[in-house]
Write a protein that binds this ligand. Structure first.
Ligand code: B12
Ligand code: SF4
Ligand code: SF4
Length: 314
């Protein structure tokens, strides 16, 4: 399920990873998978399964079982694992939750894995503030801000304190810089939209957040994973290092800023191709057709498209 945000928390305020803006994806997506599973079961030739409960060979999971979700998504031909270690879907990006349905039977057709389309790009490696992702090396989960700010129940690592910037829950930097996310459309799932209360939070509000406020603000949200104490630890660490000389420039990076801008008003695919290149074939096509016959005229739309794409990936 797509979780590319339609609205983002204002710049300058504390940031949460986009996946945690709305309701907990485990609940939302599992409910959808159950519906789909029931449809698939109803299409089964008799005898149909008596129930879809555990032990029948049927099951659906969203990060809720020891299943290599990215691996299976690649095997299923959905996309490839990017250098940012996220599953990237062509023309849709990486801001997708993964889930799976287990069936007790074979299906009639299977897709093929897709080769990587990262090419020579290394933006995510450059953007990662902790070097948790490095070319040719296994993912260093302990260094990752996502681990530090969500899963780590102890003190934040000194490195995380230094580079967290305004981020207080999760991290999206290796995704927001990824050119494939420029193709992403904002999600339209009501449950994934941030509440007006969350969007209105200022740094002062966060610093004064009580356990009751926290429960109200994050009812049914994935942010509950960090617990009130974890979130407040992150906020306090941020505040106490806010004046430290060692603090590097805070997020967002220019690439993140572009991404945020383009996701505030994104309507569809075409606005992503810059107008000059997009208009190129339209303006010159009739002109060149009349001057040079059809060959250049026929080639021009392709040239326009290639120029447009190279801009998108530049
Ligand atoms: C543990 C975990 C984490 C850990 C460790 C992450 C990691 N990269 O290993 C932490 C807490 C740091 C984390 C962070 C995040 N996570 Co996480 N995480 C998981 C979880 C629960 C298990 C992953 C795991 O360790 N599996 C075990 C290892 C052995 O398998 P694997 O990592 O999938 O790798 C296999 C293949 O994919 C392949 N592979 C792995 N990496 C690479 C890289 C290349 C270049 C290639 C070719 C192959 C390859 O090799 C492996 C063996 O087959 C999964 C859910 C799940 N059940 O899969 C979610 C999951 C991977 N996380 C997810 C998300 C959204 C995030 C965050 C973006 C959240 C955030 N904004 O803060 C970050 C992103 C960090 C990052 N750059 O990866 C999504 C990813 C969706 C997607 N489009 O890919 C998942 C699938 C949850 C879900 N159901 O949607 N996560
Ligand atoms: S989530 Fe942040 S810290 Fe983790 S790998 Fe991506 S950029 Fe690096
Ligand atoms: S930023 Fe570049 S290298 Fe990283 S995942 Fe995206 S396309 Fe691949």
């Amino acid at each position: 399920m797509n979780y590319t945000p339609a609205q983002t928390i204002p710049e300058g305020e504390y940031q949460l990873a986009a996946y945690a803006y709305g309701k907990d994806y485990h609940d939302v997506m599992k409910a959808r998978l159950r519906e789909l599973m029931a449809v698939i079961a109803s299409l089964q030739p008799r005898p149909r399964p008596l129930s879809l409960r555990e032990g029948t060979g049927w099951g659906c999971f969203v990060d809720t079982a020891p299943v290599l979700e990215r691996y299976w998504a690649v095997q299923a031909g959905l996309g490839w694992t990017g250098r940012n270690h996220q599953l990237i879907i062509p023309r849709a990006g990486s801001m997708f939750f993964l889930g799976e349905i287990f069936l007790p039977c074979e299906v009639d057709a299977y897709d093929h894995p897709m080769p990587s389309r990262c090419g020579n790009c290394h933006r995510c490696l450059d953007a990662c503030p902790t070097h948790a992702i490095r070319e040719g090396e296994p993912f260093d989960a302990h260094r990752c801000l996502s681990y530090q700010l969500i899963e780590n129940r102890r003190q934040l690592s000194p490195e995380a304190c230094r580079v967290m910037g305004d981020t207080i829950y999760g991290c999206d930097r290796c995704q927001t810089v990824c050119p494939w996310n420029r193709f992403a459309s904002p999600n339209t799932e009501t449950a994934f939209q941030p509440s007006p209360d969350l969007l209105a939070m200022t740094k002062k509000d966060w610093q004064r957040l009580t356990a009751d406020d926290y429960r109200r603000l994050f009812k049914g949200s994935a942010v509950k994973r960090a617990k009130y104490e974890g979130l407040m630890r992150n906020i306090e660490r941020h505040s106490s290092t806010a004046t430290a000389e060692t603090r590097p420039p805070v997020s967002p990076t220019p690439a993140e800023r572009n991404w945020r801008k383009s996701h505030r008003s994104r309507k569809g695919f075409f606005p992503q191709i810059p107008p000059p290149f997009f208009l190129c074939p339209l303006v010159f096509y009739p002109y060149l057709c009349s001057m040079n016959g059809t060959i250049i005229g026929l080639l021009l739309p392709f040239v326009g498209t290639i120029l447009g794409s190279s801009f998108v990936f530049s």
